[in-house]
Design a protein around this ligand. Structure first.
Ligand SMILES: NC(=O)c1ccc[n+]([C@@H]2O[C@H](COP(=O)([O-])OP(=O)(O)OC[C@H]3O[C@@H](n4cnc5c(N)ncnc54)[C@H](O)[C@@H]3O)[C@@H](O)[C@H]2O)c1
Length: 308
């Protein structure tokens, strides 16, 4: 749409890179924001030149300036520190994950900006799982700093709507996989694909069943959500097809003949295995999920073609 200008925070991350790639493909103006400088994930996702601004999301004034300089209309807020990154320094992790989200919502406040932001399935724990898909409105009992941060972000978005009329949609991804997914607690399935792309064996560090969400599909949801965020402060599970990690390993082996992918079936992640994605589709329309076999093949092909 002609008058849209998107800002993507965490643009050099996995989901951020794919979000920038899809917006550039649409011909929409997009600016990426990140404190990093390594653009290898962006290069995996697109050949397009994405304007990048380097800065820390903790710097609210810098963020305000950038919103004005670029005339931003929509923000997709993905910048965050993931679970293992928070552990060594919880105060800074909290400043980034909660403080950064406050800065984004506050910058959106006076500018009429629509916000989509990343929450996480980690706002829940295995105690919240009763053997059926977790309903969208279920109250979570997070067991990690990261999950608590994300739950706080959902609460902040609710207050920024109630008191300041900042419209937002939060999305709770579960396990995103695909080119560029190279770190975090749940990166192991993609690391197995990266090993397979090099002809190497790999052992996935957990088993069980889960929702594996292809990174470009997740990026599409964030874009559609930013456009749908015209009023209220809604939050949705990302949803998607449920797969077993053992079947995922078989798909990787099929895409890379000669490679063996094992699974540590004794280790089960302490989170629910399935979340109800129905309410999200009611809000933004049907989601066309890439089938697992196709996502695995596309990931391995991309990684094989990548330089270095
Ligand atoms: N990948 C998943 O499976 C998953 C699951 C649930 C939620 N999420 C959420 O989705 C979002 C994106 O995840 P991802 O997998 O792309 O993560 P990622 O780690 O690949 O990307 C995050 C990006 O944020 C940037 N960043 C971190 N701190 C920053 C700061 N202070 N200022 C500016 N930039 C900063 C990093 O440099 C990085 O490029 C995150 O908010 C994450 O919590 C991801």
């Amino acid at each position: 749409m002609a008058d849209e200008r998107f800002l993507v925070t965490g643009a050099l991350g996995c989901i951020g890179a794919w979000t920038c790639a899809l917006l550039a493909e649409e011909g929409v103006e997009v600016v990426g924001f990140d404190y990093g400088t390594d653009d290898r994930r962006l290069r995996l996702a697109t050949d397009a030149t994405i304007p990048l601004v380097q800065g820390d999301i903790v710097d609210g004034e810098g963020l305000n300036r950038m919103f004005d300089e670029h005339g931003i209309t929509h923000v997709i807020h993905l910048a965050a520190l993931l679970l293992p990154q928070i552990k060594p320094n919880p105060p800074y992790g909290t400043a980034v994950n909660i403080g950064g989200t406050v800065n984004v919502l506050d910058a959106a406040k006076t500018r009429g900006i629509q916000v989509a932001y990343a929450s996480s399935a980690a706002v829940y724990s295995s105690d919240d799982y009763q053997g059926k898909p977790v309903p969208n409105e279920a109250i979570g009992h997070p067991m990690t700093f990261y999950g608590v941060h994300k739950q706080a972000c959902e609460g902040l978005a609710r207050i920024f709507w109630a008191e300041e009329q900042v419209p937002s949609i939060g999305i709770r991804p579960w396990i995103v996989y695909g080119p560029g997914r190279d770190h975090g607690l749940t990166a192991s399935p993609t690391l197995a694909m990266a090993a397979a792309a090099k002809g190497e064996h790999y052992r996935i560090s957990f088993g069980g069943r889960t929702q594996l969400q292809f990174a470009p599909d997740a990026a599409r949801v964030f874009i559609d959500s930013a456009r749908a965020a015209t009023e209220g402060a809604r939050v949705f599970h990302l949803g998607g097809p449920v797969v077993s990690i053992v079947d995922t390993a078989s798909e990787i082996e099929a895409a890379a003949p000669g490679v063996t992918i094992d699974v540590d079936e004794e280790t089960i992640l302490p989170f629910p295995e399935e979340f109800d994605g129905g309410p999200l589709e009611q809000a933004i329309g049907p989601i066309s999920w890439t089938p697992l076999a196709a996502g695995v093949r596309q990931t391995i092909d991309r990684l094989r073609a990548a330089p270095g």
